[in-house]
Design a protein around this ligand. Sequence first.
Ligand SMILES: C[S@@+](CC[C@H](N)C(=O)[O-])C[C@H]1O[C@@H](n2cnc3c(N)ncnc32)[C@H](O)[C@@H]1O
Length: 521
Amino acid sequence: MDDPMEGEEFASKSEAFITWLHQSGTTISPKIQLADLRSRDAGRGVLATKDIADDEELFTIPRSSVLTAESSALPKDINFDDQWLALITAMVYEYQRGDDSPWKPYFDVLPDNFITLMFWSGSELEHLEGSAVVNKIGKKSADEAFKTKVIPVLQQHADIFKLQDASEDQLSRLCHRMGSTIMAYAFDLEKPGSSDSTNEEEDWEEDREETEITPKGMVPLADMLNADADRNNAKLYYEDDKVVMKSIKAIKAGEEILNDYGSLPSADMLRRYGYTTSNYEKYDVVEISLDLIKQAATETQKMQTKQLIERTAYLAEQGILEEGYDIAHPSNPENQQLPDELCILLNTLILSKSDFDKLKKKDKLPKTILCAESSQLLYTILVKRRAMYKFDSFDDNMESLQRTTTSNVFSSVANPAGNHDAVSPSHRHLQAHHIVEGEKKVLQEAADAVQGMTASTDGASRKRKAPTATFEEEARSVRASQGKPMNEEQALKNSLGLGNSQQGRRTGLEHQGKKTKYSGA
Ligand SMILES: C[S@@+](CC[C@H](N)C(=O)[O-])C[C@H]1O[C@@H](n2cnc3c(N)ncnc32)[C@H](O)[C@@H]1O
């Protein structure tokens, strides 16, 4: 925030927002204040100005101030079955009303520009190669939904939505803006009597169908709270006519009031909120797709397509089959390192035909403990999965970073926290690197665990050949055999005194990460 005018405008919007909240019936504890946290790259946030006890009311917001498809004045004959689209349309409507909208001062403190993955360029996303998050962004399906469902409705009611001469492109951008605001700011509006401190949990495209029931809403002020996986100290409670934010622990004067966005992996934090901090790393996962598992089973088990179909169909009937399985850190507080469903699938795939037929006849499933053969299959899968990531070194990234900087690919954009500082190419590049390195670590740990299992199994140690190459080396040669560029390998070897030590490189990255504010709030 170098521009003092920008600072004044930021402050006056905050003041107008607080005045509006009071006028519309919100009560705010005198012990808190809306603060400018742009110096920490965290936009606006809420601070305690006095000591707060556990279970104290911080603010209460009347339901009428919560912006939903229902509370908006959008004519009721304009509606969608899909509540994401309904809320996007209601927000477009209220936004377009300008001063006529009761939510105008609220819109003034909401972001008009985003740095979430939806807005990364193709070349920026390349830095995330290998991470499943790239396929979860859902830009294409969002574009499609806007184009075929929302924009025709907007155009049909051009006068109601005050479209003037807005082009389809402008309308699409407006829909994206509202969609991304919902993703980072909206709450699932729980039934009265329940509490939920997390912003809505589901994703813009991926999980929409599962969560069609709980209505979504924009809860002013509650969404000005930043979040922290470990330090969160406040929670939103739902009552009949209001929602109440309460402290869930004692908070000292000067401390930030923090929400909890949920146990999200760093990649999802980046995708949805445009930032991540080191304390989300414990939730990092690597998705192993069913397709990859099938491919490895076909190759290593010499399994025929017919057999594969029969086994996966049986597991689907048993409710075990998924499109992908998440591998987690062994210390992940929420997920198993190797999910039971994955182990059952692998144990099913290695069965002989007669054993599988017996199992099926008895309507049973194999155990969740991996046997030697299924551990071996899993190891092969992990190697293939690791090969999907580049083997780039930090130096390699820096070299390519210089190329992008000189070609001026990245422009200065604001982040959803209202921070209009330039987002430098190095920042996105480092964010991507942080995600990818975290996921590689999950894979390495899983590979170590699987090797440990194999070694501890009597029969297995006889069956499994003594490892001649490390996990990384095996993955590197898989990648090479797929014709993926190996010039990074040379860069890796050349990297400043880091030699072949994966640990060394990771430590180096963490150091750089801290300098570039990964540790965040
Ligand atoms: C629900 S909003 C919180 C209010 C937001 N700071 C603002 O100024 O509008 C979520 C956004 O706040 C920012 N944010 C939340 N927690 C943060 C943190 N711990 N560090 C940095 N930014 C954070 C991210 O930009 C995120 O997308």
